[in-house]
Design a protein around this ligand. Structure first.
Ligand code: UDP
Length: 328
């Protein structure tokens, strides 16, 4: 029987690679696309032998062509860590805006349903807590995070316009902090930073006084929420995240305990515009999708630690790479 075909952009990234696995498991033919600027082929090398997987090395900011039919498009291509935005701000803006436009056009041509990866960053440094989908956000457009936040806000507006004007089937997921195997050790985000430091025998770097909060969702829970949202009939944005909130200082203590490292916490300056608090309100996901996270932080961190621990030692010292560095 012919399998239905799904295009996943950002396929070699953290979330994209887990989505590829899930859609193959669900019986789809998966076309993965990535330009490998921040993605890593090692995340999907286990799929290359499969007849139901193919890979295109392509930048979706440029015109996207995929032969044949497509049932679904999932747009997950984007740098996703604050240090990436600083290094490749223009590419970050382009993939969220031009890339989204190209994929919406492709969805029209293929009569495919498209789900776009939005973010809790559309809420900026939120003045409403926890964040519901109704909150419009508090974003600094010209700050270092603006290139990501505003691209994603534009993405939502563009996606909604295609929905209302063209009647395109669209879904928007607002993703809160997510973690798990295949995060890049050197991507600068807090979990790989702390675990990498524990593995290298370095002190854990807490930014600011560590009182800022985040709420961390394990990747399998997130993928389940995304899968359900795609199959639902909800075109409005939906928060997917784990509401268990924790300060970054407490988080560092948890990682020290889990890893058994003898290192201590050291304090470094807080990056500009670093949100003070973040916690999803997931009532909408619960109500519409019957979804809520199942994996506790304790369990998720244990699995993630096993993953990082099992990596070859040389990967602990790899430089952050931005291949094909060409910021225009
Ligand atoms: N953070 C930290 N130490 C690090 C990396 C990050 O204290 O080595 C802090 C960062 O300032 C932020 C939080 O951890 O308050 C989460 O940062 P991350 O980059 O993971 O994601 P964000 O939610 O800020 O996009």
């Amino acid at each position: 029987m012919k399998k239905e075909r799904v295009l996943i952009t950002g396929a070699a990234g953290f979330l994209g690679s887990h989505l590829c696995d899930r859609f193959i498991k669900e019986g789809y033919h998966v076309i993965g696309m990535d330009n490998l600027i921040t993605g890593d082929l090692r995340n999907i090398e286990h799929l290359f032998g499969l007849a139901e997987f193919e890979f295109y090395n392509h930048d979706v900011s440029k015109f996207v062509h995929v032969p044949g039919e497509l049932k679904y498009i999932l747009h997950f291509a984007s740098p996703a860590s604050p240090i990436d935005y600083l290094k490749i701000p223009i590419q970050t803006l382009k993939v969220g805006s031009l890339g989204t436009h190209n994929l919406l056009g492709l969805a029209m041509a293929k009569k495919a349903r498209i789900l776009v990866a939005s973010t809790s960053e559309v809420y900026g440094d939120p003045t409403v807590h926890p964040q519901t989908e109704e909150y419009w956000g508090n974003v600094n457009p010209v700050g270092p995070r603006g290139v990501y936040d505003e691209a994603k806000r534009f993405q939502e507006a563009m996606t909604m316009a295609y929905h209302t004007y063209h009647g395109l089937e669209t879904r928007i997921v607002r993703i809160f902090n997510t973690y798990g195997p295949r995060m890049r050790l050197n991507d600068g985000r807090v979990l790989p930073a702390f675990m990498g430091q524990a593995l290298r025998g370095e002190d854990l770097t807490v930014f600011g006084d560590g009182s800022q909060t985040r709420s961390f969702c394990y990747v399998d829970d997130l993928v389940e929420g995304i899968y359900r949202l795609l199959l639902s009939n909800c075109a409005d944005p939906v928060n997917i995240g784990n509401p268990m909130e924790i300060t970054i200082a407490q988080f560092a203590e948890e990682i020290i305990k889990l890893t058994g490292t003898n290192q201590k916490v050291i304090y470094q300056p807080l990056p500009i515009d670093d949100p003070k608090q973040r916690q999803p309100n997931i009532d909408k996901a619960k109500f519409i999708l019957g979804w809520e996270p199942k994996i506790s932080r304790q369990e998720g961190l244990r699995i993630t630690w096993e993953y990082f621990r099992s990596l070859p030692k040389e990967r602990l010292y790899e430089e952050a790479h931005h291949r094909d560095f060409n910021a225009n």
